[in-house]
Ligand binder design. Structure first.
Ligand SMILES: [Zn+2]
Length: 214
């Protein structure tokens, strides 16, 4: 079963992706992770990606897709995967579905984690991160000492309210068309209410995946 997670920054996709991967017994794929692994392992696509990174350029979608294909074609992913952050734009959605078709596979479900902007601004705005070990914290003010390493917690510029609104605008401009595209293609999409406790949210997601979890 292949599940693609969609949703705004702060909706908790990463955490839910891990919980769902565990509950379904399939690995989670995040673009950054497979990219780093491919570069580390020196795969053909990994070497291609590294040449862009060494020049300080963004790795193009086509190379990312090649890396995803290498991963999805490997035995570790034969049962499926939870894809987190892999699809943010319509070209990426198109690229992913045609890449999977080449492997004789398809996306079984798009899960859209839905939460309103005010709640996201509250959540992300309450986040601080250690300036040394990068551990994220919630509900602690900047200047607090990191309990893991003794570093100092800071608020990322990205997590200031204006920056958050801006990130959400970017997300909506890119991802709203993806949702329209999924509907146009008659693909399976479920909207998940991303408010409440972690278990509550993952139960909703499991229910939406229904037939695949039996
Ligand atoms: Zn720390």
């Amino acid at each position: 079963m292949i599940v693609v997670l969609l949703g705004p920054p702060g909706a908790g996709k990463g955490t839910q992706g891990e919980i769902l991967a565990e509950r379904l017994g399939v690995p989670k794929i995040a673009t950054g992770d497979v990219l780093r692994a491919a570069v580390r392992d020196g795969t053909e696509q990994g070497r291609a990606a590294k040449s862009y990174m060494d020049r300080g350029d963004l790795v193009p979608d086509s190379v990312i897709l090649g890396i995803m294909k290498e991963a999805m074609g490997s035995p570790a992913y034969s049962k499926g995967a939870i894809l987190d952050g892999v699809v943010r734009t319509v070209p990426q959605a198109e690229g992913l579905t045609s890449m999977l078709a080449e492997l004789g596979r398809k996306v079984d479900k798009f899960l859209l984690f839905d939460i309103d902007d005010d709640e996201l601004v509250k959540r992300l705005g309450g986040r601080t991160v250690c300036d040394k070990c990068q551990t994220p914290y919630r509900g602690l003010e900047p200047g607090t000492t990191c309990e893991k390493c003794g570093g100092t917690l800071i608020r990322r510029k990205d997590d200031e309210p204006d920056a958050i609104r801006n990130r959400l605008d970017v997300y909506r401009a890119q991802t709203a068309p993806v949702i329209d595209w999924v509907k146009e293609k008659d693909l399976e999409l479920s909207k998940i209410d991303a408010t409440g406790g972690l278990d509550e949210i993952s139960d909703r997601a499991m229910k939406a995946l229904g037939e695949f979890t039996k």
